[in-house]
Design a protein around this ligand. Structure first.
Ligand code: ADP
Length: 205
């Protein structure tokens, strides 16, 4: 999986992007960030994040794909987790997945909340996901585009909120405990948005 450093070097992400950086360049961060397109359930890493719902018992979209791939033991463990509120996250084992852990984050339903609350909850999903990974000694983590499917969060805003929150975490006290943060997009639309936006938050050196 190529890192952002490599993507910049290969000019896969255009260096003349018109995105004005919001953060100073940090080459160490760029070595940790990946943007890929595909199925998150095939990643052999420490932790993948699920875009779950409050019940944590499976559903459609990425949630359904993760439950199908992980097998019925995941459902049994999820029964013991007691659900989860929007903006929060809980961790389980990965079972038949190649990833060791699953972090179940519940994104906001965009149109059920004032925009500022939806934003705070989406950012909180990313922050809690990263915190849980560190707390459990997991060094690599992949996020899907939380809330942008059935929960209707606008794609470009979700991308900005996700990248900004991850940048903040990597700049913080526990940032050095993570080795890789992967943004795993399923749709070409989101992949394009991430390529266009990433240099605002993780500028080339
Ligand atoms: P939410 O309810 O949080 O909106 P969805 O699962 O409906 O969650 O959608 C979140 C994102 O996950 C969407 O961009 C969707 O295309 C994507 N997605 C669906 N299946 C997968 C998968 N197997 N791997 C990664 N992302 C996926």
């Amino acid at each position: 999986i190529p890192t952002l450093s490599l993507l910049y070097k290969l000019n896969r992400i255009p260096l003349d992007s018109d995105q004005t950086p919001l953060y100073p360049p940090n080459a160490a961060h760029n070595d940790k960030i990946s943007i890929i397109k595909g199925d998150i359930t095939v990643l052999a890493i420490d932790a993948i994040v699920n875009a779950a719902n409050e019940a944590l018992l499976g559903g459609g979209g990425v949630d359904g794909a993760i439950h199908r791939a992980a097998g019925p033991d995941l459902y049994d463990e999820c029964l013991t987790l007691g659900g989860c509120e929007a903006g929060d996250a809980k961790i389980s084992n990965g079972y038949e997945l190649p990833s060791k852990k699953i972090i179940h984050a519940v994104g906001p339903r965009y149109y059920a909340l004032p925009a500022s609350e939806a934003e705070a909850k989406l950012k909180s999903c990313y922050r809690k996901g990263l915190e849980l990974a560190v707390e459990h000694g997991q060094k690599s983590i992949a996020f899907p585009a939380i809330s942008t499917g059935v929960f209707s969060y606008p794609n470009a805003k979700a991308c900005n909120d996700a990248l900004g929150e991850v940048r903040k975490f990597l700049d913080g006290a526990d940032g050095d405990k993570l080795e890789r943060v992967i943004f795993c997009n399923f749709l070409q639309k989101d992949q394009d948005i991430y390529y266009q936006t990433v240099s605002k938050y993780f500028p080339p050196p």
